[in-house]
Design a binder for this molecule. Structure first.
Ligand code: PHE
Length: 520
């Protein structure tokens, strides 16, 4: 009974759920536009190398923390070392912050998928500027995530991943095959994507690829600690990490195969240069692609429907891991029944995502609403979490496992049946290589915020400075709250959910009268 409720049922279920968390808007939205801004194939190669060098080891570290403790991120980090528990709290706060903008973007994908039925995916600024529409679709998307998480790890998250991940792969195969068959412009698109031109790649491009690999694997935010805590006892986490990284890289690669040939084809037939299509900009997915689909005779609207359905699926399987990481903590710390905990977390994050959606919508229409430090709220939250907080959190996860738990014990947790001399390599990666690379990502991210590149020159930005201070303020707050309220209290573990369930069952059995009248 215990095992049944608080862990994934099969290793493939666990791997698909974690890969579902990894493959998200980062792959579909972030990767293509950053690739096109940084010279195509060269960026792809650096990105894949980063998955291997930084991503895999950090993912293993997070899985180890979760699996050793079989508990939420706070308890998991606390178990490694009491004085490290504060970054466990950060690993619960970060997903809550990410949720506030991921709900909005997920809502956009739902809206675009629904619009595609009518033939045209949508006009981005018009949709983004319509407050009612943005809120409606944000809520719709959040409700989907809530339904999955409320159904539990096995009955909700695992089942959903087993259905949606193969569906997503299938759709991606169809779209990329179509894209490759478009004819004119396809070979130029493929050359751009697959023939490396390292002269177009700068150091900042390489570091951006590292950050992108990091975000794409859902590291540094509690999601993988949480999923690791639910991994079945017999699962070999070396194997699972390999499967997840390969699936994430494969799907990312295929997204490029779907997008670049189609873009270059559109550019060729409409007689514009690919650069004029906004290739290197954030509008690639929500502005340029709908234009490309709308212009394709016959299959355009079907492809658009498929693409945005896939985007909605990718966003959903990611957001459920974020929602679960926070919900798991709320259930275990406050002993609240799962459905209620998930509802509470979703409601708070939806309420916070409303101003985020409105601020972003205004920005897309050239206006400024509730901007802070010169950024709209969505961009601001993305920078705080993705650029600054997530690398810090992953860094501490690597240090905790590499230096405190130790590589031998880590390998015992990763592969219960033993894995030869793997601890030597793992130790080197976790103690040194990965932390150094993560510190580089962090420092570059901060430098780029404080001294952004504008028209080829770096200039000091007080807004960027404000963002850095704000992000470190969040960390400081996590540390204060942890040392004041959590360090010496019980923060729960996975089996607490069973206890909460038993209490809830008793409450239901007692009937609705309980509370004001208790039968003796
Ligand atoms: N990996 C997801 C993506 O690529 C985003 C994500 C980040 C999901 C952190 C969970 C946790 O979009």
């Amino acid at each position: 009974m215990e095992k049944k409720k608080t862990s994934f049922g099969t290793s493939i279920g666990f791997e698909l759920a974690a890969a579902g968390s990894a493959v998200g808007l980062g792959n579909l939205w972030g990767f293509p536009y950053k690739t096109s801004a940084n010279g195509g194939a060269a960026y792809l190669i650096v990105y894949l190398a980063c998955i291997l060098l930084v991503g895999a080891a950090a993912m293993l570290a997070e899985f180890v923390l979760g699996r050793r403790a079989r508990a939420n991120p706070v308890s998991a980090c606390k178990q490694a070392s009491e004085s490290f528990g504060w970054f466990g709290l950060a690993a619960v706060v970060i997903p809550a912050l990410i949720m506030c903008y991921y709900f909005v973007l997920g809502g956009y994908t739902v809206k675009y998928a629904l619009n595609s039925f009518a033939g045209n995916a949508g006009n981005f600024p018009v949709f983004a500027g319509n407050a009612g529409d943005v809120i409606l679709h944000t809520v719709l998307f959040a409700l989907l995530a809530l339904a999955v998480v409320a159904a539990g790890v096995r009955g909700g998250i695992e089942k959903t991943a087993k259905i949606l991940m193969p569906t997503m792969l299938f759709i991606l195969v169809i779209i990329s095959s179509f894209s490759l068959l478009l004819g004119e412009g396809v070979s130029e698109g493929l050359a751009f994507y697959l023939r490396p031109d390292f002269s177009a790649m700068s150091w900042s491009g390489a570091l951006s690829a590292m950050g992108q690999a990091f975000f794409s694997l859902s590291l540094g935010c509690g999601a993988m600690i949480c999923y690791g805590s639910y991994s079945g006892k017999k699962v070999n986490l070396f194997r699972s990490t390999a499967v997840i990284c390969i699936l994430d890289s494969l799907l990312t690669f295929m997204v490029g195969l779907a997008i670049f040939p189609a873009l270059f084809h559109y550019a060729a037939v409409s007689g514009v240069s690919p650069a004029a299509l906004g290739m290197g900009g954030m509008g690639l997915m929500f502005i340029t692609l709908p234009m490309v689909f709308a212009d394709m005779p016959l299959v355009g609207s079907s492809l658009s429907l498929l693409f945005f359905t896939m985007a909605a699926i990718a966003a959903l399987t990611s957001v459920i891991s974020i929602l679960e990481a926070v919900t798991q903590f709320v259930i275990q710390k406050f002993k609240i029944f799962r459905t209620r905990a998930a509802l509470l977390v979703t409601a708070v994050c939806v309420a916070l995502s409303v101003p985020v959606g409105l601020s972003f919508g205004a920005a897309m229409n050239g206006e400024s609403l509730m901007n802070l430090f010169g950024r709209n709220l969505l961009e601001l939250l993305d920078m705080i979490t993705n650029t600054i907080l997530m690398p810090v959190c992953a860094l501490f996860a690597c240090l905790a496992v590499g230096w405190i738990i130790g590589p031998r014990e880590a390998v015992r947790t990763i592969a219960p049946e033993g894995d030869g001399k793997a601890h030597r390599l793992l130790g080197l990666m976790l103690k040194l290589v990965t932390p150094v690379l993560i510190v580089l990502i962090e420092l570059f991210g901060i430098f780029d915020l404080i001294m952004p590149l504008e028209n080829g020159v770096r200039r000091f930005s007080s807004g960027g400075c404000g963002i850095v201070v704000c992000a470190y303020g969040v960390l400081l707050l996590c540390a204060l709250v942890y040392f004041a309220f959590l360090k010496n209290t019980n923060t729960g573990n996975n089996s607490d959910e069973l206890l909460v369930d038993a209490l809830e069952a008793e409450r239901v059995k007692a009937g609705p009268s309980r509370g004001w009248y208790r039968p003796e």
